[in-house]
Ligand binder design. Structure first.
Ligand SMILES: Cc1cc2nc3c(=O)[nH]c(=O)nc-3n(C[C@H](O)[C@H](O)[C@H](O)COP(=O)(O)OP(=O)(O)OC[C@H]3O[C@@H](n4cnc5c(N)ncnc54)[C@H](O)[C@@H]3O)c2cc1C
Length: 436
């Protein structure tokens, strides 16, 4: 009998498995695809390093510790990646990085800036839950929402601020209002105006992380798990390649898949998890001549500007070695919760939309397309009322000792969130396995 069966070899599953196998437990990871990694996929093509999924990881102390324990050397983002742009009325405006530059920036009108400065005077809401849009417009005004928060949210969640819950999608912001009555006052008190860590990737791309973790683990690819059942004090895992028994199971597959696997254990959970909406994303990689784009991380396009692109990363400017000599690598995102139908378009239509907008915004003459990836179910949306799914996951675990759930639909969507949550989950699994 295996000590721990881990379903899914995305970063959530691999990092839980890694912690537990370091503690000496026998761990087996089941993966339905032919390669581990889930959303983390890197492709090398014509001298470019293309990230099909996540590009950058915001590494705080806990993430850095994990990487160092796993013996993985990160690559830090370049200094120029601190420059970020927002597209507004035909031009790219750099995102202000200090209160003074905010006041001088043309990103918001004078009225928009005054509205932001009034934030400490706005009373907290008495509503139990608000959308991000409601919350931000109430506290900081519509311009701040449209030109700063909404593009940022589309950069993280590919999400719709009208639908995402401030409480579940950006909990830290929600707590600033609850604990300090004001975001500005709270951020000043907590000295929380800067970034939460350092942006990293790895030499050779993010897949280096997956290769490193899986090289030390037993990862059974092309072995989809079909059902998980409980039998006395153990779990039976029905998978494509056979039946397995485990003392504990960690399900790190996406919500719908997790619910489906657990249908024998909880029919209602399988029905509920199936309702979680994952926004689709189209990722296009393109190359342009060196010197034809400004220096920086890239730009976000506010929805109010009426373009189809959500944002563009200047990938070759963020990390080294991403493009051959004389070329820049761009990664372009489309779709998301506000424009989901793009994912169904033919490649040629997507390329022509992107080419037209890149030429308008960056004023470049020539774009060479390298790759197109469709993520039909990319990022789970923590919408209003999302708490019921979190409660359900907790109840499932409480009612089924030895069953643990993790993944980006529970503890945050970033790679760093998944790494941090996996550490906590691994500690809970260890306590379960070593209980008397
Ligand atoms: C296009 C895109 C861009 C992103 N950009 C960033 C970024 O820049 N920075 C950032 O921090 N985050 C980013 N994210 C988010 C981040 O990549 C994900 O939230 C994270 O990688 C999810 O990891 P996970 O292990 O929870 O899930 P997944 O990566 O989805 O892994 C789940 C795994 O479970 C497997 N599985 C499912 N069902 C079964 C089954 N029945 N049996 C066996 N295996 C199964 C799947 O095949 C998959 O390998 C991005 C995501 C996408 C899609």
């Amino acid at each position: 009998m295996i000590d721990v069966a881990v379903v899914g070899s995305g970063i959530s599953g691999l990092s839980v498995a890694w912690h537990l196998s370091k503690k000496g437990f026998e761990v087996k990871v089941f993966e339905k695809e032919d390669l581990p990694g889930g959303n983390i996929q890197t492709v090398k093509k014509e001298g470019f390093i293309l990230e099909l999924g996540p590009q950058t990881i915001m590494a705080d102390k806990r993430v850095e510790e994990f990487l160092s324990d796993a013996g993985i050397e990160p690559e830090y983002a370049s200094e120029r990646a601190k420059i970020r742009y927002i597209y507004k009325k035909g031009r790219l405006i750099s995102l202000p990085l200090s209160p003074l530059s905010f006041l001088k920036s043309p990103l918001l009108s004078l009225f928009g800036k005054i509205r932001v400065l009034k934030e400490p005077l706005i009373a907290p809401s008495i509503k139990p839950e608000e959308s991000i849009a409601e919350f931000v417009i109430r506290r900081l005004g519509k311009e701040f929402h449209d030109y700063i928060v909404a593009p940022f949210i589309s950069g993280v969640y590919a999400g719709d601020t009208e639908k995402l819950s401030v409480k579940y999608a950006v909990r830290r912001v929600y707590e600033l209002e609850r604990n300090f009555g004001s975001l500005i006052k709270g951020a000043i008190k907590l000295k929380a105006l800067g970034p939460a860590g350092r942006l990293i990737s790895f030499p050779g791309g993010n897949y280096t992380l997956i290769e490193r973790l899986s090289s030390e683990l037993s990862v059974d690819t092309e072995n989809v798990v079909l059902k998980i059942r409980r039998k006395d004090d153990r779990f039976i895992i029905d998978a494509k390649n056979g039946k397995y028994e485990a003392k504990a199971v960690v399900v790190s597959a996406p919500a719908t898949s997790a619910g489906y696997l657990l249908r024998d254990i909880s029919w209602s959970a399988s029905q509920e998890f199936d309702q979680i909406y994952y926004a689709p994303i189209v990722v296009v990689h393109a190359s342009v001549e060196k010197g034809s784009i400004p220096e920086g991380f890239g730009f976000l396009v506010p929805r109010v500007e009426g373009k189809r692109m959500l944002g563009v990363l200047f990938s070759s400017q963020i990390f080294t070695g991403r493009s051959p000599e004389g070329k820049e690598l761009l990664t372009i995102y489309l779709g998301g919760a506000t424009d989901p139908e793009v994912v169904e378009y033919e490649d040629e239509l997507i390329y022509s939309l992107v080419e037209k907008e890149l030429k308008e915004i960056l004023r470049i003459d020539k774009v060479q397309f390298l790759n197109l990836t469709r993520w039909k179910r990319a990022i789970p949306q923590y919408t209003i009322g999302y708490g019921k799914y979190l409660d359900l996951a907790k109840t499932l675990e409480e009612e089924n000792p030895g069953l643990f759930l993790t993944g980006n639909y529970l503890y945050g969507v970033s790679v760093a969130d998944c790494i941090r949550a996996s550490h906590d989950v691994a500690e809970r699994v260890e306590r379960f396995l070593t209980r008397r």
